[in-house]
Ligand binder design. Structure first.
Ligand code: BJW
Length: 232
C-alpha cells in the first residue's frame, strides 16, 4: 500500500464488541433490549428522565469492567508510528480508543464519561451515576444534568471539523459500523473521488458497495493486519 498524508478512520460499535460492549443492531444487541424511542431521543428524556439516566448510568458503570482490544491498540500504534496524520472519528461513546493510547479522537455521538448541564451548557467529566438530585459543579443547579450523548434528531458534534477531515483524507477506513445511521453512513460518499476507501466489518454493511475494498471478519484480527500492511 502507498503512503497517505491523512488517514481518517470511522469506528462504530463493532470495534468494541470484542471488548465485551454490546453493539446496537446485532442479534442480542442493545436495541433488542430497549426501544430507541424509550432511551435515545430527546423526547424520551423529557418523558422519563429517570429511565434514560438509568440506561446511561448502567453503561457508564460497565466501562470500568472492560478494556481496549487488539483493534483499538493497533489503531493507537498506527497513530504513533505512521508518517502521516491518523485521526479517528468515532460514533462510540466509550473511551476505549483513548485508553488504548489514541490521542486524535473525535467523538461525534458524545461520551459516556461526560454530562452536560442544561442550565449553563457546560460539559463536565463524570465518573459516577447521575441521580435526580445531582448538581452541576460549575453553576450548582440541581437536576439539570443530561448525558453528553447525541440522540436521534440531534445534530452530531464536531460536524464542521469532520467535514474538513474528510475533505483532506486520502485514505478512509470504516470499522465495525452497520452503516444504518446518518450522517456517519454518508461519509464514504463525502470523501474525494481519489480517496481510497476500505471497510472492515463482520458482515457487509448497508453501504459496503460504496467502498473500494471490503474486508470481512473480526476487527481484533483484521485491524492489526491492516495496520501491519500500512506500516510495512
Ligand atoms: C463487528 C464486530 C467485530 C460486530 N468486528 N465488526 C432517514 C434517512 C436518513 C437519515 C435519517 C432518516 N430519518 C432520520 C434520519 C437521521 C438519523 C438517522 O440516521 N436515522 C436512521 C436510523 C435512518 N440520524 C440522526 O438523527 C443523527 N442526527 C442528524 O442526522 O442530525 C442532522 C444533521 C446532521 C449533520 C449536520 C447537520 C444536521 C443523530 C444520530 C445519533 C445516533 N445516536 C446513537 C445512540 C446514542 C449513543 C448511545 O446511546 O450509545 O448512536 S444510535 C446508535 O447507532 C449509536 C451509534 O453510534 C450509532 C451507529 O451504530 P453502529 O456503531 O453502526 O452500531 P451497529 O450495532 O449498528 O453496527 C455494528 C456493526 O459492527 C455491525 O454491522 C456488525 O456486523 C459489526 N460487528 N462485531 C467487526 N468483532
Amino acid at each position: 500500500m502507498g503512503t497517505f498524508s491523512n488517514i481518517v478512520i470511522l469506528t462504530g460499535a463493532g470495534i468494541s464488541a470484542e471488548s465485551g460492549i454490546m453493539t446496537f443492531r446485532d442479534a442480542g444487541g442493545l436495541w433488542e433490549q430497549q426501544r430507541i424511542e424509550d432511551v435515545a431521543t430527546p423526547e424520551a428524556f423529557v418523558r422519563d428522565p429517570a429511565r434514560v439516566q438509568a440506561f446511561y448510568n448502567e453503561r457508564r458503570a460497565a466501562l470500568y469492567t472492560v478494556a481496549p482490544n487488539r483493534a483499538h491498540e493497533a489503531l493507537a500504534r498506527l497513530e504513533r508510528e505512521y508518517p502521516g496524520t491518523v485521526t479517528i472519528v468515532t460514533q462510540n461513546v466509550d473511551d476505549l480508543h483513548e485508553r488504548a493510547g489514541s490521542s486524535r479522537v473525535v467523538h461525534m455521538h458524545g461520551e459516556l464519561r461526560k454530562v452536560r448541564c442544561r442550565m449553563c451548557g457546560n460539559v463536565i467529566e463524570w465518573e459516577d451515576d447521575v441521580e435526580e438530585d445531582s448538581g452541576c459543579p460549575d453553576c450548582c443547579t440541581v437536576g439539570r444534568l443530561r448525558p453528553h450523548i447525541v440522540w436521534f434528531g440531534e445534530v452530531p458534534l464536531y460536524i464542521d471539523e469532520i467535514s474538513s477531515l474528510l475533505e483532506e483524507a486520502d485514505l478512509f477506513i470504516s470499522i465495525g459500523t452497520s452503516g444504518e445511521v446518518y450522517p456517519a453512513a454518508g461519509f464514504v460518499i463525502e470523501v474525494k473521488e481519489h480517496t481510497h476507501t476500505i471497510e472492515i466489518n463482520l458482515e457487509p454493511s448497508r453501504g459496503a458497495s460504496l467502498f473500494d475494498e471490503c474486508r470481512q471478519g473480526p476487527a481484533g484480527i483484521l485491524v492489526p493486519a491492516l495496520v501491519d500492511e500500512l506500516l510495512s
